[in-house]
Each structure stands twice: as C-alpha cells, then as structure tokens.
Write a protein that binds this ligand. Structure first.
Ligand code: ASP
Ligand code: MG
Length: 423
C-alpha cells in the first residue's frame, strides 16, 4: 500500500533535545504508517554547528577548510544516528546514512560546496526493503573523495536534492515557525503567514535574508520542479507551499519585507578609472569565493582622476574579501581598501511590483520619513533592497511592513524562539 515517497527535513530546533528528537521520530513513523516511503533529512541539534565552529576557532585562527568540513559534518550524523535509534524503538526499521553514503556528490569548495550529483541507489535499495532512511543533512563527498559541507542552512538543500533524486511528491521542511512570513515575526509581531509563495519570490526572499529556507534549496527546487512545504514541527497546521508562479493564485503587489543585519561594505578608493579594472576586482572576489551583493561605482568628476567602488558582502566574508582586494591594490600600486562592518539591508519582495510603478518611490519616502538613511540601493523586477545602518534595520522593516499593509488579520502566534527564522 505504498503511496509514494516523501522527504521530511527537520531543522536544528526540531531535534534539539531528546524529547523533540523523539517527537520528530514519531512524525516520521506516522508518515510511514500512512503508507509513504520516507526519507528524512536531519540538521545538527540546536546550536551544535555554531559550537563546532567556535571549537575550531579556539584551536586555530584560520581553520583549514577541509578539516572544518570533517568537523562540521559530525553534527548532522549525531542527529541521524539518535533518531534511527528512537525510530527502531517505535518498532520501525530505520537506517542512518552520512551524506557520502547517501550518494551526495559535490564539488571541492569546502564549507560551501555545491551538489553535482545524487547517486541515490543505496537510498532506493533501503526504501525497497521497507526501511525509513535518515540522511545527515548539509554534507556530501567531493569529486576528490573528501567530506564537504554545503554552507549554513545546507540541510534544506540536501532535502530538496534528495526529493528530486528519489522522485518525492513533496519535500516537507519542518521548522520552528509555522511557515514563511510576510516579515520576521520577532520584529513584526503582526506579520502574516503566507499560504503560498512562488519560487521567484522565495528566491528573492532567501537571497535577501529570510533564513527559513536556504537560497540554494529554493534554486534547486525551482530547477528540478520539487514542491516545498515549509511547516511547523510542533503542530499539524498547513504551512507555506512554494510553487511555480503559474500555480500561485493571488498576485499581491508586495509579498514580504525581508532583512539582514549581517552585511559589510567594502570600498576601494582611488583606483584607476581605466577599462578592465572592474573586471579585475570582480575576478579577485570571485576567485576568493566571495558573494558580492550590491556594487556601486563612483566615476571621477574630472579627467584622469581616480574612481571609488563599493560592494556589500556578507560580514562573514569580509576578511576574505579584504585580503583579496588588498592583494589587488598592492598589485595595482595605488588605491586603498576601507570597510564598514555594521551594515544591514531591508528589502521588499513581490511579483506584483513588475507591473506597478511607484513602489520604489514609496519605499524611499517611507524610509526618509522615519529618518533612515539609505546608503545603497539595488533592484530586480520583483525586489527593491536598501542598505541601511544595521541598527536601523528593525525600524525600517516595521515601517515598510506597515506602509504596504502586509499585516495579517488572523493572528497566528508562532511558538518562540524562532531560532531558525533568523539568517
Ligand atoms: N547545521 C547546519 C547549519 O546550522 C546546516 C543546517 O542546519 O541546515 O547551518
Ligand atoms: Mg535552516
């Protein structure tokens, strides 16, 4: 009486202690008893990954990335082994697998590897033998046979990739919030839970700070047509379904306000204003594997003068970005590098803005009325982002959420402490 295959992913707060882990085991078993073949992906427990990172920095100022991955991949393994034990005690057969055993093959970029292939035959065999398969999230094995990890929040991507590989009908992401919200409910208490959101919007939301789904997981799901259901692990209420734009019924002007307080700005000053320089700068950052977000170049006013170029990068990448740019400046023989660590970003996302002029004007006006200075701006057809001082981000989020009237009338109060919503 098999109903097909389902992938269930449990985030760190959903397996944080023995009681929660057993609750997750119970949910997995219940799905199996409904008749589904179940693959479950687990994250490391609670703040385990943060703890492991801190351990690494206690012994080394610059931990070797290969060894970092050996270390970080252990957190997810612990969750899976424990969960398998709990499931076995519920009289079901479960087998836990590392990312490598599960056939997740990645490139060789340690700590932010990309999945290249999923060789799911071992999972398929275990499912055929009626076992529940538990896969350690966030990790794989590289083409040079080393253990890799997929970047923070990477278990979401593991889950989506497995859902695509085993042909699952849905990838359920169980988390500590009831779904995807119109803003972070810790900042905006009357934020609305979204029932449906399009891949396009979710991509922009994840890219601009909504921590509920890792950006790459949404990309992967869109590219492979995997439907995601993001829901609470604490109750049975429906969460948020991420689907293609065709399938979304409503087209609100603005869907959500997202934010991040983890930005840094790097400015290259006094660089030559000659062709090819921007290319060299971008190449240096790309080679250092730094994700540049916004870029602003100031053209010199007078002939022969020097130019400035500013970028935003994730604060965690600031050191790497700085080193790459300082090497380049040394090579050019002129210019300087400056950094501002305390930047944040507020963004509004909505498919409806494609066809509505005036949204940007409203965003800038609202921020201005609240005395919030905009440092940098970037837009896409369905997103407007403003870089502001990190300490003004909560005010900016509240002001925009209210101005675009995104608050919900149904007051769903998510269980605290929203651990995974933050980026
Ligand atoms: N444990 C990893 C992290 O904290 C991966 C994940 O939970 O998705 O980033
Ligand atoms: Mg997560």
């Amino acid at each position: 009486m098999s109903l097909g295959t389902i992938v269930m992913k449990f985030g760190g707060t959903s397996v944080a202690d023995a009681e929660r882990l057993k609750r997750a085991a119970g949910r997995i078993v219940a799905k199996r008893e409904e008749g589904y073949r179940v693959v479950a992906v687990l994250s490391a427990r609670g703040h385990e990954t943060d703890r492991l990172i801190a351990d690494a920095f206690e012994v080394s100022a610059n931990p070797d990335p290969r060894e970092m991955d050996m270390l970080l991949s252990t957190g997810e393994r612990v969750s899976c082994a424990l969960c398998a034990m709990a499931i076995n005690d519920l009289d079901h057969r479960a087998i836990s697998l590392t990312g490598s055993q599960a056939g997740i093959v990645t490139d060789t970029s340690h700590t932010k590897a990309r999945i290249l292939d999923v060789r799911a035959d071992r999972i398929m065999d275990a499912l055929d033998e009626d076992a529940i398969v538990l896969v350690a999230g966030f990790q794989g094995v590289s083409t040079s046979k080393d253990v890799t990890t997929l970047g923070r929040g990477g278990s979401d991507t593991t889950a989506v990739a497995l859902a695509a590989a085993v042909g699952a009908e849905v990838c359920e992401i169980y988390t500590d919030v009831p779904g995807v919200f119109s803003a972070d409910p810790r900042i905006v208490p009357d934020a609305r839970k979204l029932d449906v959101v399009s891949f396009e919007e979710m991509l922009e939301m994840s890219a601009s700070g909504a921590g509920v789904l890792q950006l790459r997981s949404v990309e992967y799901a869109r590219n492979h047509g995997v439907s995601i259901h993001c829901r609470s692990s604490f109750d049975d209420s429906p969460g948020t379904i991420v689907v293609s734009e065709r399938e979304t019924m409503e087209h609100p002007l603005i869907t959500a306000v997202t934010h991040s307080t983890g930005e840094a700005r790097v400015t290259l000053t006094g660089i030559p204003d000659t062709p090819g320089i921007a290319g060299r700068i971008a190449t240096a950052l790309a080679e250092a594997n730094v994700n540049v977000d916004m870029i602003i170049q100031n053209e010199p006013v007078s002939e022969g003068a020097r130019a400035d170029m500013s970028f935003t990068v994730p604060r965690d990448d600031l050191r790497t970005a700085r080193e790459a740019l300082e090497a380049l400046v040394a090579d050019l023989g002129e210019g300087g590098v400056e950094a501002d660590e305390s930047m944040g970003k507020v963004s509004i996302v909505g498919a409806g803005m494609k066809t509505h002029p005036g949204v940007a004007a409203k965003v800038f006006t609202v921020l201005g009325e609240h005395g919030i200075n905009i440092e940098m701006i970037s837009t896409s057809p369905i997103k407007i982002s403003c870089v502001v001082a990190a300490d003004r981000v909560p005010d900016a989020v509240r002001a925009l959420h209210a101005a675009f009237e995104l608050q919900g009338d149904d007051t769903i109060r998510p269980e605290k402490p929203f651990g995974e919503f933050a980026s």
